[in-house]
Design a protein around this ligand. Structure first.
Ligand code: ADP
Ligand code: ADP
Length: 228
C-alpha cells in the first residue's frame, strides 16, 4: 500500500482560483519524488494538501497505512521544509532542532541523543551551540532539514527548499540531501521548478502542467541509490 494516495484531487481557492485539478498520485514508502513544473502550476498547493495544511475541494487524499487519532483523522507523520528556514534567532541550533520534540513525552536523555543524531546527519553537530546568525544560508537550511527530521517522520515534504541559495551551496546540499534521505529512511516529496534538480535527486518525477496544476506525466529516473 502507498503511504499517501491522491485520487482526483482538486483545489479551488476561496477567490475561485483553480490551483490543482485532477491530481492522481501514489506516494510509496522510501521514494524520492519530485513535483516539477513552472511557477504557479500548483506544486505548493499540492504539497500543502498532502501535509493537511488546507483542505482539498474535491477528490480523496488517503493515508492507507496511517494510524488514526481520536477524531478519526489520519496521523500524518510528516516533516516540512520551506524555502525560508524560519529559525528562532535567539535560540541555539540545538534548541531550534529540539523544538518539535518539546511537546512530546520523551525522556530528556533520549531527546538529546535524537537531536544530536539528527544534527550529525546534516553535518552540523559541531554547530549545536551556535546561533542562526553565525551560520551561512546553506547551514541554516541544514538546520531546517534537521528540525523537520528530528521527529523521524515517514514523509519529508520540501517546498523549493534550495531555490534561494547560491548555485554552489545548492549543488552541495543536493548531494548531501541524498545521503540524508538514505540515513533518515523516509519518503521525500520535493517541489522544484528545476529540471536539473529533479533529475539529479529523484526516483520519480511528476510533471505538472502550467495551468491549472494538472499532472501531465510521470518519469522514473534511475539513480545510484536502491530503487523502491
Ligand atoms: P506553485 O507552487 O507551482 O508556484 P502554487 O500552488 O503556489 O503554485 O499556486 C497555484 C495557483 O494558485 C497560482 O495561480 C496561485 O496564484 C494560486 N494561489 C496560491 N495560493 C493561493 C491563495 N491562498 N489564494 C488564492 N490563490 C492562490
Ligand atoms: P553550506 O552552507 O552548504 O554548509 P558553506 O560554504 O557555508 O556551505 O560551508 C561549508 C562548510 O564550512 C560548512 O559545512 C561548515 O562545516 C564550514 N563552515 C561554514 N561556515 C563556517 C563558520 N562560520 N565557522 C566554521 N566553519 C564554517
Amino acid at each position: 500500500k502507498p503511504l499517501v494516495r491522491l485520487r482526483g484531487v482538486d483545489k479551488v481557492y476561496a477567490n475561485g482560483t483553480l490551483a490543482v485539478q485532477n491530481l492522481n498520485l501514489d506516494i510509496r514508502a522510501n521514494e524520492f519524488i519530485s513535483l516539477l513544473g513552472p511557477s504557479g502550476c500548483g506544486k505548493s498547493t499540492a504539497l500543502r494538501m498532502i501535509a493537511g495544511l488546507g483542505e482539498h475541494s474535491r477528490g480523496e487524499i488517503d493515508w492507507p497505512t496511517a494510524r488514526y487519532d481520536a477524531r478519526g483523522r489520519p496521523i500524518r507523520e510528516i516533516g516540512f521544509v520551506f524555502q525560508e528556514p524560519t529559525l528562532m534567532p535567539w535560540a541555539t541550533v540545538f534548541d531550534n532542532v529540539y523544538l518539535p520534540l518539546m511537546l512530546k513525552d520523551i525522556p530528556r536523555a533520549e531527546v538529546v541523543d535524537r537531536v544530536n543524531n539528527t544534527l550529525d546527519m546534516v553535518g552540523l553537530l559541531a554547530f549545536a551551540n551556535s546561533h542562526p546568525r553565525e551560520l551561512s544560508g546553506g547551514m541554516k537550511m541544514r538546520v531546517s532539514i534537521a528540525r523537520a527530521l528530528v521527529t523521524q517522520p515517514k514523509l519529508l515534504l520540501m517546498d523549493e527548499p534550495f531555490a534561494a541559495l547560491d548555485e554552489i551551496t545548492r549543488s552541495k546540499l543536493n548531494n548531501d540531501l541524498l545521503d540524508i534521505w538514505q540515513r533518515a529512511q523516509c519518503t521525500v516529496v520535493f517541489v522544484t521548478h528545476s529540471i536539473y534538480e529533479s533529475v539529479y535527486l529523484s526516483n520519480r518525477i511528476v510533471v505538472l502542467a502550467a495551468r491549472p496544476g494538472r499532472m501531465i506525466g510521470e518519469l522514473a529516473v534511475d539513480t545510484p541509490y536502491p530503487r523502491t
